[in-house]
Each structure stands twice: as structure tokens, then as C-alpha cells.
Design a protein around this ligand. Structure first.
Ligand code: BGC
Length: 607
């Protein structure tokens, strides 16, 4: 299974365990662990499939030498910035550096013929036609700076860790970089106009920290061009009736901070992040209503112990402890930013974006599987959401399993700052699957840090245990190690989230699907016919309507990932999540069926 064998980045972390032989400590479930920082030759890895438990081995390359943490002087001059850029190497400049203003209005293509009956109805507008979405509901789309902006070295931006990571051997499946990607940085007006033509009323995008602070640090200079850019982006969206929803951090840590002190493995990140957050809050206060501090912290932190990020840890941290130090520092950074947000009287609501799901037992009458679900909920969501929404502290299950030497415990003050540090609950709800206990039992796994499933001690199953049938259609083979379309689980999933971490408002802050083999299709008429993705969206939205009306879930928005095809982390451009096709030679965008279906659905259901 090629998707099980991908070595870096994020998506495979959700579907496969990767163990480097040099370190047998598995990290959080669906995460990678690896040897300590290495600049030497390659290492042999074992890749384990969740569903089959079978292992294959192959050779993992190692990153280009990264200077020892702290060895690069803090020189905040232009030549100091070049010095940090030299860690990345040469970047490809964009084909143009101005922002065209769309002149003609965007005309949607004529509606495609009906697909075939979805689970609900032949037409998007006929899905529970009497269930209207609550007033103020956000018909959202989502993007992230690294994945869509390009122009990585323009207008004063500093390098991010992903500008560096994408250049490490074999780190990206197709050896691509995001130097240009969609060039949304310069094409944001066209993109906004194309959103508006669909009737989209909210765009959730992230700000690149390294555009605002090229060196990242609190005592380093602000880049005015970066601040002005996002100011223009925000105003332009409003001018077309699209609400800007802002995420401060979507995984693109300024590389300078990684070089200075090991990024999120050091507690120094807290002050630097809070300072960056305050600058952004101040700059856009009153023009942004919905804010996120972090996107999917668990996924981000889990990657830090693995290739190619295992090069730069804070003193005393190693590949095994790095993710947990990151959990701790990131949560303190979140709490600090929210404290500042409230002290500054910034208007609007703030939270962070969770990922994953609670899940259901794989074998209905297995008490160990029921227990495994609790562990899954605690390790995938509770680990960030208990401190923020319910207890101020790590879940008990997590504390029982992970020693303090790995996962620092919070002080009373930190717990006070964390508890209540979010105004709503956001979930990137791509899927929800079945959860099984480890074959050797939970107790044995818990007591053995070398167990491949330690510390979460459960596995995700993609098919029904009795019949052996898949839970739903698989995504593109690049993503099928983690993604199946599982709309039938959405209502239960939202109920569980709402019960366990109750709030008055929820958003599905991302959902989406990689149409199978789409990147291999050549003819436009085949590419735009993304029927599996369309069915994914329509069935999820049908379930979402029922969640609101029949289950009382306070869902106030859904954000489709993504408005355009983009740089999909370690999958590069070999997989596509866009509701618009992007021609990476001409940068032209084309609506796919899913975009038109979403438009039709929302035009019929928004009030
Ligand atoms: C991430 C996105 C990513 C998407 C599809 C989400 O979890 O936030 O950055 O592109 O999944 O894999």
C-alpha cells in the first residue's frame, strides 16, 4: 500500500504508524516517532498498517544538516534574514508580483446534469428542503497560508519550517515545493471573486507568522508589508460580502525560531507566539469576528519527532519527548494569546481547530474496544480540549499513561489560564472511524513504551469487523490510509463532541475529500466530474442538517477544504482536495461539480 509508506508530513501520520528502528518508542497514535536528530546516513524504518497490522520496511533518508540549535546568531538585519534563508536554499520566484483586480464578473458554468441520487436526493437543493440553516450560518471555505499562497520569499517574508522541510530528500511524494502553488498571495482578489460567485460567505485562511515577523521573535522587527497585505485581503473579502475567518498558525513555524531554540519544543515559543498574536489582533481588530489560534495542534506536534523535523530540539528534548513538549508549549501559547485577546478587548470569538473524532467500538461486544474508544477520545481530542473546555488539565487517561518526564504537568496558574480559553468548539471533521483495542490488550500496551501503539493503545479500523466491508468510499490512494467518506457517522460524532466538550456554538472548521486518482486525470471534463467528492459533501451536509434540527447541535458553519487544489503537505500536488481545479502552469482555476453542488445546496438552505 503506497500510502502507508509515505515518510514525512502530516496526512500519513493519521493513518500509519512509522517506527524508526533506532527508537522503538511510538508516539501518540497515528503519529510518527523517530531517532534523535541525525545528519548521518539513512535509517531503516518500519511502516505498520493500522488495519492489517502488517509491517514493511524501507529506507528513510535523513535531512540535510541543520545547524545545532542556538548556533545561528540572532542577527535581525537583511543579511541575517538571508542567512536563515540559506538553510532553505534557492526558491522559485513567482511569475508575477502584482495583484490583478478581476474586471469581468465571474459567471458560473451552467449546472451539470443531476449526478445520480445521493443518499438523500437527486439535487443538492432537495436535501431536506424544509430544514433551513440557522440565520448567520457560515457557508465557508478554508485554506492555509503555506498550502495556497506561494510567493514564499516576496515582500519581506522569512522562511517557514515547511519551506525548509519540503526540500529535504523524499520529504514530499512528488518532490514539489510550495514556492508558487496557487499564488493566492497575489491572486487573492480573483479567488475571493470566485468564492463570491458561488455565494460563499466566509473564508477561513491562515496568516503566515513569518510574513508578519520574518524572524518570528518578539524582539525582532515587524514586516509592515506583511501586515498591509493581510489588511488588504481582509478588506477585499468584506467588500465582496465574504467574512474573513483568521487562523494565526497553520503549521508554518518561522524557521528562525526553529534554529534559535527548537521551535515548539522550547517554552520560549510561548512569548514569541503571544507577541505575534497581539500584533495581529491589534492590526485587524474589528475587521475579523472569528479567530483561531492554532490549526490541529495534535497533528502538528505529532510530526516533530519524525523525519524531516527531527533535526532541531530544545536542549534536553529528544525525538520521543518532542511531541509532548510541543503539546504543553502550544497550549500555553494558546492560553497566553487568548488572555491577551481578552485583555486587549479585541472583538469577536476565539478558539482553536481540533481534529479527529471520538469514534465507536470496532467490535460491538468488546469491552476492551469500548475502553479503547475512551482512550482514543482522550488522546486525539481531550488532550487539547479537556484543558481548554472542561478541566484545565490533561485527561486522566493521558496522565496515567505518559510520564511527567515526557509530558510536563501544568501549574495552577496555567490551568486557570487554560480553562475557558475558547468561545466555541471547532472540529476538522473529515471522517469518523471504528476503534479497536490492541491485539495484546490495553494493559500490556500501556505498560510498555516500546509497544507500537503506545501511548494511546488503540487502533483505527476502516472496515466493519463482521462483514469486512469498508465504512465508506476511500479517498485517493495517497490519502486512503486515513480518509474514507463516512457521513453516516457525522451525527454521532458531533453529539459526542458536544456532550464531552459543551459549548454554545460549533463549527465544522474543515471537511473535504481527495477524489480518487484525480491528479492522474488529463481531460477537464473528467477532472470537473468529482462525483465522489460531491457525494461526500452532500451527504455530510444532509447529516449536518439533521444534527441541527433533530439533535440540537449548535452548528453555525461548515468550511469546505479547500476552495482550490493546493500543496497537500507531504503529498505535494499528487493529490487534490480542491472544489476548484488549478492548472499549475497557467494558475487558472476551474469549478468542479462539487463547487456548484455546494453553491446550490447553500443557496437553497441559507436564510
Ligand atoms: C489540514 C489541512 C489539510 C487537510 C487535508 C487538514 O487536517 O488542516 O492543512 O490539507 O487536512 O489533508
Amino acid at each position: 500500500m503506497p500510502s502507508m509508506r509515505r515518510k514525512c508530513g502530516l496526512n500519513h501520520l493519521r493513518g500509519a504508524l512509522v517506527l524508526l528502528l533506532a527508537s522503538t518508542k511510538a508516539l501518540a497514535q497515528t503519529t510518527t516517532s523517530s531517532a534523535t536528530a541525525s545528519t548521518a546516513a539513512s535509517t531503516t524504518s518500519i511502516y505498520i498498517s493500522y488495519s492489517t497490522g502488517t509491517a514493511t520496511s524501507e529506507t528513510t533518508p535523513t535531512s540535510a544538516p541543520f545547524p545545532p540549535v542556538g548556533s545561528i546568531p540572532r542577527d535581525y538585519s537583511p543579511s541575517g534574514l538571508e542567512n536563515i534563508w540559506s538553510l532553505v536554499g534557492t526558491v522559485t520566484a513567482p511569475p508575477f508580483t502584482t495583484t490583478p483586480v478581476p474586471t469581468a464578473s465571474v459567471i458560473l458554468p451552467s449546472p451539470p446534469p443531476p449526478l445520480y441520487p445521493t443518499w438523500y436526493a437527486p439535487e443538492p437543493s432537495a436535501i431536506f428542503p424544509n430544514y433551513k440553516l440557522p440565520k448567520g450560518f457560515k457557508f465557508g471555505v478554508a485554506t492555509a497560508a503555506y498550502q495556497v499562497e506561494g510567493a514564499v520569499k516576496n515582500e519581506g517574508k522569512g522562511p517557514s519550517v515547511w519551506d525548509w522541510a519540503s526540500r529535504q530528500p523524499d520529504a514530499i511524494v512528488d518532490n514539489s515545493t510550495a514556492d508558487i502553488t496557487d499564488l493566492h498571495y497575489f491572486l487573492y482578489k480573483e479567488d475571493a471573486a470566485r468564492m463570491a460567485a458561488l455565494g460563499v460567505n466566509a473564508h477561513s485562511f491562515s496568516i503566515s507568522w513569518a510574513r508578519i515577523y520574518p524572524f518570528g521573535a518578539a524582539d525582532s522587527p515587524v514586516n509592515q508589508a506583511g501586515l498591509s497585505h493581510y489588511s488588504d485581503v481582509i478588506d477585499y473579502h468584506w467588500s465582496l460580502g465574504i467574512e474573513p475567518v483568521v487562523t494565526l498558525f497553520h503549521w508554518d513555524t518561522p524557521l528562525a525560531l526553529v534554529a534559535y531554540y527548537g521551535g515548539f519544543t522550547s517554552s520560549q515559543i510561548v512569548d514569541d507566539f503571544v507577541n505575534y498574536a497581539k500584533t495581529v489582533f491589534q492590526a485587524y481588530n474589528g475587521r475579523v469576528n472569528t479567530w483561531y489560534t492554532f490549526n490541529e495542534p495534535r497533528v502538528y506536534c505529532s510530526e516533530l519527532g519524525g523525519y524531516p523535523f527531527n533535526t532541531s530540539f530544545a536542549p534536553g528534548i529528544n525525538a520521543s519527548t518532542a511531541p509532548y513538549q510541543c503539546y504543553y508549549n502550544l497550549l500555553n501559547a494558546h492560553a497566553g494569546a487568548v488572555k491577551a485577546f481578552r485583555a486587549m478587548g479585541i472583538s469577536g470569538e476565539i478558539a482553536f481547530k481540533n481534529d479527529d473524532f471520538v469514534g465507536q467500538p470496532w467490535r460491538a461486544n468488546s469491552t476492551e474496544d469500548v475502553e479503547a474508544v475512551e482512550r482514543h477520545a482522550a488522546f486525539q481530542i481531550g488532550v487539547f480540549s479537556n484543558p481548554v473546555y472542561t478541566t484545565g488539565d490533561w485527561p486522566e487517561i493521558v496522565k496515567e499513561t505518559i510520564p511527567e518526564s515526557y509530558l510536563p504537568r501544568f501549574t495552577e496558574q496555567q490551568m486557570q489560564d487554560l480553562l475557558g480559553s475558547a468561545d466555541f468548539f471547532a472540529i476538522d471533521s473529515y471522517r469518523s472511524m471504528l476503534i479497536a483495542a490492541p491485539p495484546n490488550g490495553i494493559a500490556s500496551c500501556m505498560s510498555n513504551m516500546s509497544d507500537p501503539l503506545w501511548p494511546a493503545c488503540n487502533s483505527i479500523e476502516f472496515y466493519d469487523s463482521n462483514a469486512g466491508w469498508a465504512l465508506g468510499p476511500s479517498a485517493d490512494p495517497q490519502e486512503d490510509s486515513w480518509l474514507e467518506a463516512t457521513p453516516q457517522t457525522l451525527r454521532y460524532s458531533l453529539q459526542q463532541l458536544h456532550e464531552r466538550w459543551p459549548t454554545n456554538k460549533m463549527y465544522i472548521s474543515e471537511f473535504g475529500f481527495a477524489e480518487p486518482y484525480e491528479a492522474e486525470r488529463k481531460d477537464m471534463f473528467r477532472i470537473t466530474e468529482d462525483s465522489t467528492r460531491t457525494n461526500y459533501y452532500m451527504t455530510y451536509l444532509g447529516e449536518a442538517l439533521q444534527s441541527i434540527y433533530e439533535d440540537g447541535i449548535p452548528l453555525m458553519g461548515t468550511f469546505s477544504w479547500s476552495i482550490v487544489d493546493n500543496a497537500e503537505w507531504s503529498s505535494g500536488f499528487s493529490t487534490r482536495f480542491g472544489i476548484q481545479y488549478v492548472n499549475y502552469t497557467t494558475l487558472e482555476r476551474t469549478y468542479k461539480r462539487s463547487a456548484l453542488a455546494l453553491s446550490e445546496f447553500f443557496m437553497a438552505h441559507l436564510q
